[in-house]
Ligand binder design. Structure first.
Ligand SMILES: [Zn+2]
Length: 769
């Protein structure tokens, strides 16, 4: 009893070996291969512990160091006695007689000078370790913490540095060499040491053969293998991803969702394009490829890795950098407006000169089409119709939709962005953008499959394997956009076309089924491209991390070519099925695209979201009274009823008409009113472009401190008519053809009056603040 206590007490009092040294950050691909690693904070390559010790290494190690490991209680009295005898003979400590367990204890104590006291502490610590930890765990502690020469600690780091592969994949010869190193780490260095290492390794291989762990052929081949030499450079297949985890999860080993083969090829594609882009002083680009079904990130290229990029922001991880969106949010607005029933797919939207206080959107090609269908406006990425649409939808509601779809960077109130939000007034990240598209595509695919929405379908991207349950499940609501709204949007995005004047048009004609959109920020600073198929989403950004804009840096010319190469890499597939259960058929005016009204002469059936049934009826077909020749409008006051023809006429507002009829030869202007006829329908011949009724105008001062002028503009159905301008009671001037003028206005309320030579009059009240 006393004897037991005498033995147990020092065991329990002795320190239990613990390892608190900082660890390297290790990032693995989905198959366990190494994407990259960052050195531990103490300058050591010390990888986090792996699940189990590879069998080859274990057999080699135990054969070399500790044959009785699985049978002794932490100390091996026989080998201690042998070592004691040897040390007495030598007159100094030359042999430890240490078990693996005792070595774990020694390593945990920082490999102190060998002394009898140290040895005794190690022995008690080893006994305690055996008491509290399994054999398997003790081996794991050894493999993770043993020194392997230089600043390499632990088997996994050693294996990567000396053999260029994971310890799970090493050969018998490599296992034997690595089993020897912890006892004499200096042997790994070239020169005479290498000869000693070879002798010991070959001897160990022969012992492994004698113990029947390997056959003779394996031994002969193993003896022929070269020895590990100078440490190899660790792989760097996703440096920005490795940096990302170095910041977020330092000292951990992370198994990601990255597909290593795709990652390498995508990084290659980025660098090939970067070579060309650098000729135009564009140094940075990034791409993400995401699997739709899971949301797993398959490819994560955070930036160019070309040499020139290094001195030009190449270390910046673009994937998480906030950059101006350009036009890249337009599809979200289109989808939101389909869902709410604000528009139908082919509703005509005004595309005319447009001014807002301090903000005057322009189309990319500076032209106006008068009116254009919403889907064409989206696929051609027209700016003015997009602003008109946002104005109708409401910026606040749109901002809310952006938040709900998963964009995290729009943190300012709606007033801050105003209508420019749809043209790049806000910033997003490639991460958010690609994630939103992946969720939308997943919702559409799954709806087609399940005929209902599943709450877990809408979630952020996943970057770590086995993370599927880690993300927060969304609230008990349906997805922010319905399957029909997404499908209608993707249908329009399938027709995304590049202007014929631009080079590289062949990308469009050769592309497989793909919904895609580009974006270019103000000042040519950011080029975006995002595309989706039912299987994957590809997001690309091109620009300069410094924010410097470059002529020709557009989504279409710089980012889309990279995206299409990545599309080719991923391969095409079948297109999304039509979500018939979520769509409804609506009678639509074939001229205006609006829901057909009673006066629309021709209608077609169109698929739309259910709320489209409540959308505005066609406002532009109206029944007019004409003479029999259809050359003049008449009324019953001047013509007898049997001489009046009633006809439904397509009449656009004056400004839309002016531009629309230039591009549509079949557009017939409404005939003028017959002389002497009154009391007919009043169809305006003029319309204000700026100011608009009720607008509040802030007038800035110029450099000399003077208030600047307001530029006013109207449209007239017949621009050749003379037009007379009055501000309040003051005559301003006359215009013809181009109905634009300038004026000063003091603070307060004003009325602008415009009269044409026929006496037609329009008025507009506005306020200067
Ligand atoms: Zn109509």
């Amino acid at each position: 009893m006393i004897a037991t206590g005498v033995l147990i007490t020092p065991v329990l009092l002795s320190p239990l070996p613990v390892f608190r040294a900082p660890l390297s950050t290790v990032v693995e691909a989905s198959d366990g291969s190494l994407l990259g690693a960052r050195i531990a904070d103490d300058g050591q390559w010390r990888f986090p512990a792996t699940e189990k010790v590879p069998a080859k290494f274990e057999k080699a190690l135990l054969t070399f160091e500790d044959n009785w490991f699985y049978y002794h209680p932490g100390i091996n009295p026989v080998s201690i006695f042998k070592a004691f005898v040897r040390n007495i003979k030598a007159g100094e400590i030359v042999s430890g007689g240490s078990t693996i367990t005792m070595q774990v204890a020694r390593i945990s104590r920082g490999n102190r000078q060998r002394s009898y006291t140290e040895k005794i502490i190690e022995m008690f610590s080893a006994l305690k370790l055996e008491l509290f930890r399994s054999k398997k765990r003790i081996l794991q502690l050894y493999a993770s913490n043993a020194p392997f020469g230089g600043n390499t600690v632990g088997l996994e780091a050693a294996s990567w540095r000396y053999t260029g592969k994971s310890a799970a994949d090493i050969t018998w010869a490599e296992a034997a060499a690595l089993a020897i190193l912890p006892n004499s780490p200096a042997l790994v260095f070239p020169g005479r040491n290498q000869e000693i290492l070879r002798i010991r390794r070959d001897e160990l291989l022969r012992r492994l053969y004698r113990k029947n762990y390997i056959d003779s052929v394996t031994m002969v081949l193993a003896l022929d293998e070269p020895l590990p030499g100078e440490p190899k450079v660790l792989p760097s297949r996703a440096p920005h991803l490795t940096d990302h985890f170095y910041t977020e999860r330092r000292g951990e080993m992370i198994r990601t969702t990255i597909d290593p083969a795709l990652q390498d090829r995508a990084a290659g594609i980025i660098n090939v394009h970067q070579k060309d882009l650098e000729a135009n002083f564009i140094y940075n680009s990034a791409c993400l490829i995401v699997e739709v079904e899971t949301g797993n990130v398959l490819v994560y290229v955070g930036n160019s890795t070309l040499e020139d990029a290094l001195s030009h922001g190449g270390n910046v991880n673009i994937i998480h950098s906030s950059r101006s969106t350009g036009s890249i949010l337009k599809p979200i607005l289109y989808a939101g407006m389909q869902q709410s029933g604000d528009i139908l797919p082919n509703t005509l939207i005004a595309d005319i000169p447009t001014r807002f206080p301090g903000f005057s959107p322009k189309n990319f090609d500076q032209s106006f089409s008068g009116a254009v269908s919403a889907s064409a406006a989206l696929s051609q990425s027209l700016n003015i119709p997009a602003v008109k649409m946002l104005q109708k939808y409401n910026p606040e509601k749109f901002l809310d939709l952006l938040h709900k779809t998963g964009f995290t960077t729009f943190n300012k109130p709606a007033d801050y962005y105003g209508l420019s939000l749809i043209l790049g007034g806000g910033e997003t990240t490639l991460w958010d953008l690609t994630g939103v598209y992946a969720s939308l595509s997943r919702v559409l695919s799954r709806y087609n499959h399940e005929k209902k929405y599943l709450k877990e379908d809408y979630h952020p991207l996943l970057l770590e394997s086995n993370q599927n349950t880690a993300y927060e499940k969304r609230a008990e609501t349906d997805p922010p956009l319905s399957a029909s709204a997404i499908w209608l949007t993707y249908e329009a995005l399938q027709r995304v076309n590049r202007p014929e004047s631009e080079s590289g048009w062949q990308y469009f004609s050769s592309s497989p089924d793909l919904a895609w959109k580009t974006g270019t920020s103000f000042g040519f600073r950011d080029g975006w491209a995002v595309g989706t198929t039912p299987r994957y989403v590809i997001g690309v950004w091109v620009g300069n991390a410094s924010g410097e804009g470059r002529p020709g840096l557009t989504g279409i010319t710089a980012a889309a070519p990279i995206m299409f190469d990545l599309v080719a890499l991923m391969g095409s597939g079948t297109w999304f099925k039509t979500p018939l259960e979520d769509l409804t058929t609506i009678k639509v005016c074939s001229k205006s695209g609006f829901r057909a009204g009673p006066d629309c002469p021709e209608t077609i059936d169109a698929e739309a979201c259910v709320n489209g049934l409540r959308s505005e009826a066609c406002p532009w077909h109206q029944v007019v009274h004409l003479n029999k020749e259809r050359t003049l409008q008449v009324t019953s006051q001047c013509v007898t009823p049997d001489n009046i023809v009633n006809e439904s006429w397509f009449v656009l507002p004056p400004a839309m008409e002016y531009f629309y009829k230039k591009k549509h030869a079949d557009y017939a202007t409404l005939p003028p009113m017959a002389k002497g006829c009154t009391g007919g329908k009043s169809i305006p011949v003029m319309e204000f472009i700026y100011p608009t009724a009720g607008v509040k105008i802030f007038i800035p001062r110029d450099q000399t401190g003077e208030l600047t002028k307001i530029i006013t503009e109207i449209a007239h159905r017949n621009p050749g008519k003379k037009v007379f301008w009055h501000l309040d009671e003051t005559y301003l001037g006359t215009t013809r053809f181009i109905h634009q003028t300038e004026m000063f206005a003091k603070r307060g309320n004003h009325i602008l009056t415009v009269v044409d030579e026929d006496g037609n009059t329009i008025r507009c009240g506005f306020t200067v603040i």
